[in-house]
Design a protein around this ligand. Structure first.
Ligand code: BMA
Length: 812
């Protein structure tokens, strides 16, 4: 009797064996990493240029048209009852051979495979080979075998179970790769092993109850097995009688501390150890880290339609979220530290929920562990997006991947929502699919039958919604603003961002506005001479339909369209921040709206996109705009026509305060003032109408309304930036440096809007403490950062580095 022994298989080679690969690769064998991909292996060998640079992506389509073979060797000695190969991620259409014998054929990147090779291994060295069929032709072939079904973008990503965005997306490169993107290992064991161990943590009063289902595989059908579960504070045991393969246990931990989202309490986590034993000896084990929290979705009929409100521990959560995409087009490169950094950036943006979008991956343990620790709520889409799916033919794959991933992710207390599909229900309704499908299946039963059944069985403590967007009343339009979730995309695609001000919603799970990456990311990845918004590299790194035209059409109403690249970059970056500020503040102010999830937090490569953090991990001004607009207690001016001050209190205590309101000139003169005694209950919003004296301008180009409180300042401008009397050159600055800490003090006698220190232009690693700082006349502010570099005052205050809206507006 021996414990499960696991040996990582991480020494591999890869070679091209079929397809249009270059002559220079014929008979070339390259060292390969597992986890890895052919792209990254070829790059490491100096045989492929970095696809993220310039127009390289365009030259590399052959990689996805090529068949690849990975080879490895492993040692095996008799002794254990079973030998199994475990592949945690095979991307995608793969044939596995041991000593020349086919042992498995796989076709799903999103599930784990365990292959019994006991009958084919031999003592000593064994040959292991994994052959990957070229993904693009495989998807093309599958799409005609399954029958045409609508999808967005160019390749039929919906025909095979491979990450949809690896075929290209409206922010992602078309770099369909192959490889083992998660670890591979050889496991040997005797008697029995744990197949799955599934804890469901719940609260009964103050007692933490963990219901655990443990399933075992047996090499010995008769052995009597014991399962022991322990949390340190409580233990439970169960016998798995001979012939049986399942144990059900309950652990009761008295007086547990709850797990809370960040800002509402601590993130207490409990370790649970599961041990499988035979005659007292441990032969296998698992550990879980669970948290005790309740979650409930309230969808009640009310004056506005039907609510969509998430309650955690019976506390209503005002969701201030962002959508999450794979952080790299080659996801295996995202290690725990990178996840941590990105999630810290999310917290900096005061984000309390991340939605893992359905065109990427079921996120990693690292991602979910860190969200548990940091108190970031998570919502995971099942991996279907913007397409019709051949549900019958792919049913078994969907079922296997859903079971696998729900089992893996459900123990994480941060996971509160599983969602059937991204936009496919909407697409079926609105994107002219019905005539194209001509009666073919499109995925309905996945979203309404398969996925909800699996969630009910394996993760009853996690919410389920069939789609995003989705309306619970079947007869309603899926993107009905009176119920369920909505995606607000017409604002970016067709309208102006001021259109957010007339939108309503119960919960906005997507809305976004584009801007280029930071300047340092842009110039590190694109070397066009001249670099212009339409130079070749820039065009390739803009994937959205008519993206550049929409950027300009969305800019022109607010700021003149600059020709110089630095001004263009700053103006479009500012415009993105301004647009999303208007959107977030509008939706947060709406009494009936319980959540905003901005599209999108991150990028997977350097690209012009809707992201707040660019593809090299640098924050755009948008991240700072989100931080401001996501304040726990927010003052904002709202209302077309009649101006209101709105106070949003997303804290558990009442907000009572005297707020000073004034109408002022840009040179500081106060024209009218008023005082508001604010009293806003916990977790609620208050609309205060304003007197005309304060709310109506005499000279709209040179006046604004200001509301000041202990919690922050809100400002309302009567005119667009471009029509305002904003003056350039009034900023007085002073730089202080102590060691590697820099501090820039700003002062102005005249109003300066949206000061940004674009510090990445003097040190690509430096991060400013704040951006989009507006200085009232006579006021001062400081911006800090650290840098190992020697930066002069002149460099820091150069007109391309220290920017404000004023310098795009003032033409004098
Ligand atoms: C929605 C998303 C993504 C897309 C984004 C921007 O459709 O779900 O598919 O990238 O809008 O267009």
């Amino acid at each position: 009797m021996s414990a499960v022994r696991s040996v990582r298989l991480d020494t591999w080679t890869v070679r091209a064996v079929g397809g249009p690969y270059p002559q220079s690769l014929a008979h070339v064998t390259v060292p390969a990493t597992v986890p890895g991909s052919v792209h990254t292996d070829l790059m490491a060998a100096g045989l492929l240029a970095d696809p993220y640079l310039d127009e390289n992506e365009k030259q590399q389509s052959w990689v996805g048209l090529t068949d690849w073979v990975y080879d490895a060797r492993f040692d095996w000695q008799p002794g254990a009852d079973r030998a199994e190969l475990v592949f945690e991620g095979l991307d995608t259409i793969a044939t596995v051979l041991v000593n020349g014998v086919v042992v498995a054929q796989t076709r799903n990147m999103h599930r784990r495979y365990r292959i019994d090779v006991s009958a084919v291994v031999r003592p000593g060295p064994n040959d292991l080979q994994v052959r990957f069929a070229a993904p693009i032709p495989a998807a093309d072939l599958a799409s005609v075998e399954l029958g045409y079904r609508p999808h967005v973008n160019h390749h039929p990503y919906n025909a095979i179970r491979k990450m949809a965005c690896s075929f290209g997306w409206d922010w992602g490169p078309d770099l369909a790769t192959s490889g083992m993107w998660k670890p591979a290992s050889l496991q040997t064991w005797s008697t029995a092993r744990i197949v799955t161990s599934r804890p469901v943590a719940a609260l009964e009063g103050s007692t933490g109850v963990v219901d655990l289902v443990v399933e075992v595989d047996r090499a010995d059908a008769n052995a009597e097995l014991e399962v022991l579960v322990s949390s340190g504070m409580a233990t439970a045991t169960a016998i798995v009688a001979s012939g049986s393969s399942r144990a059900v246990l309950r652990l009761e931990i008295p007086a547990v501390a709850r797990w809370w989202p960040a800002g509402l309490g601590d993130q207490t986590l409990y370790d649970i150890v599961v041990s499988l034993r035979v005659a007292g000896d441990e032969i296998d084990s698992r550990t879980h880290r669970v948290g005790f929290r309740s979650v409930r979705l309230e969808q009640d009929e009310d004056d506005f339609g039907r609510s969509f409100r998430i309650l955690v521990n019976e506390t209503p959560i005002s969701v201030r979220g962002a959508n999450w995409i794979p952080d790299d087009a080659f996801p295996h490169r995202v290690d725990r530290e990178r996840y941590r950094h990105r999630l810290e950036q999310a917290l900096f943006g005061r984000i309390n929920l991340l939605r893992v979008w359905g065109g990427g991956i079921y996120e990693s343990e690292d991602f979910y562990d860190l969200c548990d620790e940091m108190g970031i709520l998570t919502w995971q889409d099942f991996l279907t997006t913007c397409a019709a799916y051949a549900e019958d033919e792919l049913w078994s794959e969907f079922e296997a991947e859903a079971r696998d991933n729900v089992t893996r992710l459900a123990p994480h207390p941060s996971l509160i929502m599983l969602n059937g599909t991204n936009e496919s229900i909407w697409g079926h309704e609105d994107w002219r699919w019905k005539p194209r499908l001509d009666g073919r299946t499109w995925g309905y039963r996945l979203y309404h039958e398969l996925f909800p059944q699996i969630v009910a069985e394996l993760a009853p403590h996690v919410l389920y919604t069939p789609g995003s967007p989705f309306s619970p009343d079947g007869s309603a339009h899926p993107n009905d603003p009176a119920q369920g979730t909505v995606h607000v995309w017409d604002v970016w695609n067709e309208l102006d961002y001021t259109a957010y001000r007339s939108k309503t919603a119960r919960f906005v799970s997507e809305f976004g506005w584009q801007a280029p990456p930071t300047m340092s990311t842009l110039t590190e990845s694109i070397h066009d001479r001249p670099l212009t918004p339409e130079s070749p590299g820039m065009l390739l790194h803009q994937k959205a339909l008519d993206g550049n035209v929409k950027l300009i059409d969305g800019l022109a109403p607010h700021l003149r369209v600059p020709d110089e690249i630095g001004d263009w970059h700053w103006a479009t970056s500012l415009n993105q921040a301004a647009a999303i500020t208007v959107g977030i503040e509008r939706f947060r102010a709406l009494p009936e709206c319980a959540g905003t999830v901005v599209w999108q937090l991150n990028d997977c490569w350097p690209v012009t996109s809707w992201a707040a953090v660019d593809g090299y991990g640098r924050p755009k001004p948008l991240l700072y705009a989100m931080r401001h607009a996501h304040a726990n207690r927010l003052l904002t001016f709202q209302g077309a026509g009649e101006l209101h001050l709105v106070a949003v209190n997303d804290t558990s205590t009442p907000w009572n305060e005297t707020v000073t309101l004034s109408r002022r000139r840009f040179d500081g003169e106060e024209l009218a003032s008023a005082v508001v005694e604010l009293s806003v209950a916990a977790f609620s919003k208050l609309w205060v109408p304003l007197d005309e004296e304060v709310a109506v301008a005499e000279d709209s180009a040179g006046e604004y309304v200001r509301a000041r409180s202990e919690e922050g300042t809100a400002r309302w401008f009567f005119a667009e930036y471009r029509d305002s009397d904003l003056r350039a050159g009034t900023l007085k600055t002073e730089m202080q440096r102590v060691g590697d800490r820099y501090r820039l003090t700003l002062r102005s006698e005249h109003l300066v809007r949206d000061v940004c220190l674009l510090v990445d232009q003097v040190d690509p690693d430096a991060v400013a403490s704040d951006m989009l700082v507006t200085l009232d006349p006579g006021a001062s502010a400081t911006i800090e950062f650290t840098s190992a570099r020697d930066i002069s005052y002149e460099q820091l205050t150069a007109s391309s580095v220290l920017r404000s809206a004023n310098d795009l507006v003032d033409r004098s």
